[in-house]
Design a binder for this molecule. Structure first.
Ligand code: SF4
Ligand code: ZN
Ligand code: ZN
Length: 299
């Protein structure tokens, strides 16, 4: 029975059962608390929501839309169409339907139009891992268009599981400098060229988000990107999930101790490199030529 009201439970969180309405309250309170605790959104800000059409980003859009008038900010969605046949075309349909239903403006930017080719073509032509090409181009386009669309910040659907996996991957590979770039709010303050990123689902787990999206009846197709072959991350995910099952509370413990260390990590690895403009495309970068133009050069 639910821990609060003895109704039928829909989920068990840290050994405590929750009914539907108590779970919604718990979930939305945690989401709102994450935003205020980490000061993710200021009033009158224009927030871009990076939308993929999956459960995380739809939940994110739904909750930000619900909160916007109370906290006095505005939102618009930004979807990057990488050009992955049989996968992205389906999620674009769901994203369009969702945005229409909730009256949120949707901006769609495609690899094909912006970078010359869809990812399916780039993967065949370049001797690089699909996720490496995709990650560089996506980050590039999200930053470029967040600036063009005058967003103060861009919100992404990263959840607690994603972050804990990244923390451990960096730990296992001795990459503390990469971990220093994690956290609920990233980017450089008062820098017009790079738009800061926020992760309002930071303290919510994959299981909680999946349950929330399912009960709210959002799209729940569990299609995975066909290029998703990040074997290392998959192994780390399995490892943590097994550990969590055996020792409940492990994921939250990793996150809590990381948040305590994060300010020192950020201080130690504060970027010293000057931000320049790419010689080819004029977008901000730390080298002479940005990573996106480097990849384009290889074509
Ligand atoms: Fe891009 Fe890799 Fe994610 Fe697919 S799994 S969308 S290729 S980053
Ligand atoms: Zn209840
Ligand atoms: Zn460039």
């Amino acid at each position: 029975m639910c821990k609060n009201c003895e109704k039928k439970p829909v989920i068990v969180i840290s050994t405590k059962p929750f009914c539907k309405s108590c779970f919604f309250k718990y979930f939305e309170r945690k989401f709102n608390k994450t935003i205020s605790k980490f000061k993710l959104i200021g009033s009158n800000e224009r927030i871009g929501v990076a939308l993929s059409g999956g459960k995380d980003s739809l939940t994110l859009l739904y909750l930000l839309n619900k909160l916007k008038s109370k906290k006095r900010f505005t939102i618009e969605a930004l979807l990057i169409d990488e050009g992955i046949k049989g996968y992205r075309d389906k999620t674009i349909k769901d994203a369009k339907k969702f945005c229409k239903e909730f009256g949120v403006k949707l901006n769609i930017i495609s690899f094909k139009k912006e970078m010359g080719f869809p990812l399916d073509h780039l993967v065949k032509k370049l001797n690089l891992k699909p996720c490496s090409i995709c990650g560089v181009f996506r980050r590039y386009l999200i930053n470029k268009y967040s600036r063009k669309l005058n967003f103060d910040k861009i919100a992404t659907g990263h959840n607690l599981d994603d972050e804990v996996q990244s923390i451990l991957m960096n730990q296992f590979r001795n990459n503390p400098e990469v971990s220093a770039r994690l956290g609920p709010l990233t980017g450089i303050k008062d820098n017009q060229k790079f738009i800061r990123r926020i992760k309002p689902l930071y303290l919510l787990t994959e299981k909680e988000i999946t349950t929330y999206a399912y009960i709210r009846k959002f799209n729940l197709k569990f299609d995975e990107c066909p290029y998703n072959t990040e074997a290392y991350r998959i192994s780390v995910r399995e490892f943590i999930n097994n550990f969590e099952q055996k020792y409940p509370g492990t994921k939250h413990a990793i996150m809590k101790s990381f948040l305590e260390l994060l300010p020192s990590l950020k201080k130690k690895y504060k970027s010293k490199s000057e931000i320049r403009s790419c010689k080819k495309c004029k977008e901000p970068c730390s080298q002479e030529i940005c990573q996106a133009c480097e990849i384009k050069n290889k074509l």
